[in-house]
Design a protein around this ligand. Structure first.
Ligand code: CA
Length: 246
């Protein structure tokens, strides 16, 4: 892990890390909701006669719905979707999502937030999701972790992942932190790309079917196969982050 930290510092020309906050992605990091997203998008596309690749929405994860729909429309029909089409498809997808979603958490997340809070770090949520009941749901499943003030959601961002905008807003919400004062926990290629472009130390946790290589190629500074592995690595990682300087 020493090399991962040194490489990060050298690439970004930072002298050291001074971690104050942890920016959490939601789908695939907090909730095991990606299988339901994949299934509901696949079925929606089928109903509109739009062909999607297997695992297409795992690959597109994090991209705002409008842009993901347009990408598939361009590939299938050589045109963008109309606003009406986007609205209707998103509505149908949301309906199916709530039918398929189990609401289960990613194993280990309770321990992850406990460690983060014990370290005195501020947990911040950075998601492209725009569910209206997001806050209530999070507060029920992970009580007293996220507040309305420390959440970046679809309602806050204009461009969305893979642009760095959402994570830059996360730094702002954490108290105008610099990129070397936070770390990101992500599971998806476009989310990793977004955090990487915001110059934040990015931990990819591969909780889905995508090959590890895609997460590393997207700019992950560290790769973990589960939150359990990350939780075990945390004490050493935090120690190294405090001591490694260039
Ligand atoms: Ca995600």
């Amino acid at each position: 892990m020493t090399k991962n930290i040194i490489d990060y510092l050298q690439r970004n020309k930072f002298k050291d890390l001074d971690i104050r906050a942890v920016l959490f992605d939601m789908d695939g990091v907090i909730y095991n909701s990606m299988p339901a997203h994949e299934m509901s998008w696949q079925q929606t596309m089928k109903e509109w006669n739009i062909k999607a690749e297997p695992n297409e929405f795992f690959a597109q994860e994090g991209r705002p719905a409008k842009f993901a729909i347009n990408l598939l429309f361009q590939r299938n029909l050589n045109r963008d979707a109309t606003e009406q089409e986007v609205k209707e498809m998103y509505k149908r997808k949301t309906e199916l999502f709530f039918e398929f979603d189990t609401g289960e958490l990613i194993p280990g997340i309770n321990e992850t937030v406990r460690i983060v809070q014990e370290q005195g770090l501020t947990p911040i949520l950075v998601t492209g999701s725009g569910q209206s009941s997001l806050y209530e749901r999070l507060n029920r499943d992970l009580p007293n972790v996220f507040t309305l003030e420390n959440m970046v959601t679809a309602f806050d961002v204009e461009i969305g992942k893979p642009h760095p905008e959402p994570y830059l807003m996360g730094l702002e919400k954490a108290g105008n932190l610099k990129p070397n004062q936070a770390l990101v926990i992500e599971n998806a290629p476009l989310g990793v790309e977004s955090a990487h472009k915001a110059n934040i130390f990015t931990i990819a946790v591969n909780t889905g079917p995508m090959p590890d290589k895609i997460l590393l190629d997207s700019g992950a500074d560290l790769l973990m196969d589960s939150l359990h592995s990350l939780n075990s690595a945390f004490p050493k990682l935090f120690e190294l982050m405090k001591t490694q300087k260039i």
